[in-house]
Design a protein around this ligand. Structure first.
Ligand code: ADP
Ligand code: MG
Length: 655
């Protein structure tokens, strides 16, 4: 006699124990089922049939007793091997159909093949063929709630056959159906039995059970009768259904993993569907990630933008420029004064190319009916060269003008447009600076640079001497601008100036020397602290976002416990479930990340309209996105693992 496909030896199952009284539901059942048999298990409701079937289908483990599958002790199998049995050897048909509500008929039927790693094309074709064979060709895209009970049960039979369905375990398959649909389902099972499938049919209805070759009756968890107690059945099994054969395949196949591509695609689709169904809840939960990512990206863009602006400004005004101004040597002393004598002495240094004293202030300027507040500066004729700022109309004032303190002026582009309008020629005209008339000699090129509220094109340049005598009544410069001979030797120039100034001021450090490079560094330093601060705010919102993802995943796992059970019953391994929920978490945070980036770009656009410099960097965008995805993995892992570790029967029977 051949090895039985299934052999139970004194199987017992009890529930409760800790807080509830312990009840034994299956009380020592022994039986053997051979290839090719069509067995009906009958018994009244509550007699332990479903419990027995869950044990037979490896959805549940017995409390005691031995279960040999094709001669192999099931207790010795690990979770992957049990999953293999559910996937490749068994096919379940439940009273409540147990279809996945969010999937179409086609998708439900394909699911076992996804976990088996069947290539997509083969999978689609086989599922379509099965649905066609069961008379559902026109219903493939319908979701379970769009199908009648009989149709749903036929979909679940197709699913049970998807990977072969050598042993069909049907628990009250007709229980929820009208007599017509019930008869159809029974005819189907008859057909399958005649094709060599092992059918184990569970029912409380003797009439239904009578269609099987063999009837096993149980009552109160005990075997009452078995129509085939003694004589072994005729082996009608088709090739490939022998016990030995299945066992060899189990030994080989259980460790094989499915095709990750098919699974990933299915997981993504499922995740997307769930997200879409719960879109409002999802959107609210993702706010944390959206805000986190958007703030990181915007902050970095604003930081980079202002840095570039400063750099551009520095480049516009030259990089070999030093500024010398007075400062208090100690807290009690008044600020030191740089005199024109100092300027004369400094101009003799070999490292100094050009030197220009500056005195200036914002002043009221009038021309005809127009007036405005502009910065009026006294400079010398080095102005255009030192600041790399040429005259585009007329000419700059001459050395002779400077010596004679002539009342002449060169005006910036915005001064020109504000006082004269776009057309009128300002050359030779007079403007009143604090009621002193100055004749316009030239117009400066547009700089376009600005720092804070200062606009460099709102500037009027007059000879230093004229400014000192006619406008300010003081001869000492406010500060002195010095151009070094070599922009690469600014440091050395600085030391030479410092040395000479110390001598001129009798060792008193009542002056201050700065340069553009130092300004850039200072700017960069404040930028960095700012970025760090804003970065930590972003990190906190990402953390909040992560907790949101965890929360939504925990909810999802709880809501879809039954779905997880169905997936396990059709052969999903623990890692398949883990992967699916992790995929969902990652997809969730990816959507959050992308939305965050889109929001950041939008804010960037608004800032640009408000003339605030922003510069988006690809690195920042990618970095923020990566952070979002990592958040999803980290915070999604716990709920995903929780789902993967669910007990198949408990998951399946949960509400
Ligand atoms: P049947 O399918 O024959 O109607 P079941 O196998 O579903 O019967 O249940 C048999 C008995 O076991 C019932 O009395 C039921 O109350 C009990 N039972 C089933 N599942 C559980 C459980 N998880 N915890 C406690 N008792 C259970
Ligand atoms: Mg039952």
């Amino acid at each position: 006699m051949s090895t039985p496909l299934i052999e139970l030896r004194d199987i017992r199952k009890s529930y409760g124990g800790l807080d509830t009284p312990k009840v034994e539901v299956v009380r020592g059942i022994s039986l053997a089922i051979h290839p090719g048999e069509f067995v009906a298990i009958v018994g009244a409701s509550g007699s332990g049939k479903s419990t027995l079937m869950n044990i037979l289908g490896c959805l549940d483990r017995p409390t005691s007793g031995e279960y040999l599958f094709a001669g192999k002790d099931v207790a010795s199998l690990d979770s992957d091997e049990l999953a293999w049995l559910r996937r490749e050897a068994f096919g379940f048909v439940f009273q409540g159909y147990h279809l996945i509500a969010s999937g179409s008929a086609q998708e439900n039927v394909e699911m076992p093949a996804i976990y088996a790693g069947t290539p997509a094309a083969e999978r689609h074709a086989r599922a379509a063929a099965l649905l066609d064979r069961l008379g559902l060709a026109s219903r493939t895209v319908n979701r379970p709630h769009q199908l009648s009970g009989g149709q749903q049960q036929r979909v679940s039979i197709a699913r049970a056959l998807m990977n072969g369905g050598h042993i069909i375990l049907a628990d009250e398959p007709t229980g929820a159906l009208d007599s017509q649909s019930g008869a159809e389902v029974m005819t189907l099972l008859d057909e399958l039995a005649s094709q060599g499938h092992v059918i184990i049919l569970i029912t409380h209805d003797r009439e239904v059970a009578a269609r099987a070759q063999r009837m096993i009756e149980i009552r109160d968890g005990l075997l009452l009768s078995d129509s085939a107690t003694e004589q072994a059945p005729v082996a009608t099994a088709a090739p490939g259904l022998q016990a030995e054969d299945l066992r060899q395949r189990l030994d080989r196949g259980a460790t094989q993993s499915g095709a990750w591509k098919g699974e990933l695609l299915e997981a993504l689709q499922a995740a997307w569907r769930v997200m879409w169904i719960n879109r409002f809840r999802t959107a609210l939960t993702l706010l944390g990630i959206v805000i986190g990512v958007a703030s990181v990206v915007v902050m970095l863009a604003v930081g980079e933008g202002s840095k570039r602006q400063v750099m551009a400004q520095m480049a516009a005004f030259g990089s070999n420029i030093l500024y010398l101004s007075g400062k208090s040597a100690t807290l009690r002393d008044p600020a030191g004064v740089i005199s024109l004598d100092d300027v004369a002495a400094l101009s003799g240094l070999p490292q100094v190319q050009k030197i220009m004293p500056v005195i200036g202030n914002k002043m009221m300027v009038r021309q005809g009916n127009n007036n405005g507040q502009f910065y009026v500066g006294g400079n010398n004729t080095y102005f255009p060269e030192i600041f790399n700022w040429p005259v585009v109309e007329g000419s700059f004032f001459s050395d002779a003008d400077a010596h004679s303190a002539a009342a002449v002026a060169v005006i910036g582009q915005k001064v020109r447009s504000k006082l004269f309008g776009p057309q009128a020629n300002p050359l030779g005209q007079y403007i009143l600076i604090e009621n002193v008339p100055f004749q316009v000699l030239g117009v400066l090129a547009g700089k376009g640079a600005s720092s804070g509220s200062e606009d460099s094109d709102e500037r009027i340049v007059v000879p230093y001497s004229a400014a000192a005598i006619r406008l300010f009544g003081s001869r000492d410069p406010e500060y002195v601008t010095i151009a070094a001979v070599d922009s690469r030797r600014v440091k050395e120039t600085e030391q030479a100036i410092d040395h000479l100034m110390r001598k001129l001021h009798h060792g008193k450090q009542d002056y201050e020397l700065t340069n553009d490079a130092a300004l850039i560094q200072a700017e960069a330093r404040t930028q960095n602290t700012l970025s760090l601060m804003l970065g930590s705010i972003a990190a906190i919102s990402l953390l909040v976002g992560g907790i949101g993802v965890m929360n939504i995943m925990l909810m999802t796992v709880r809501e879809r416990t039954r779905e997880i059970g169905i997936r396990m019953a059709t052969g999903a391994r623990q890692r398949d479930i883990l992967r699916q929920f992790l995929t969902e978490a990652v997809l969730l945070s990816m959507v959050g990340g992308l939305t965050g980036i889109a929001l950041a770009l939008l804010i960037g656009g608004v800032l640009l309209l408000a003339e605030i410099a922003v510069a988006f960097s690809l690195g920042a965008v990618l970095g923020a996105f990566a952070c979002a995805v990592i958040t999803g993995v980290v915070f999604g892992f716990m709920p995903a693992r929780k789902a993967a570790r669910l007990d198949p029967v408990k998951a399946l029977t949960s509400e």
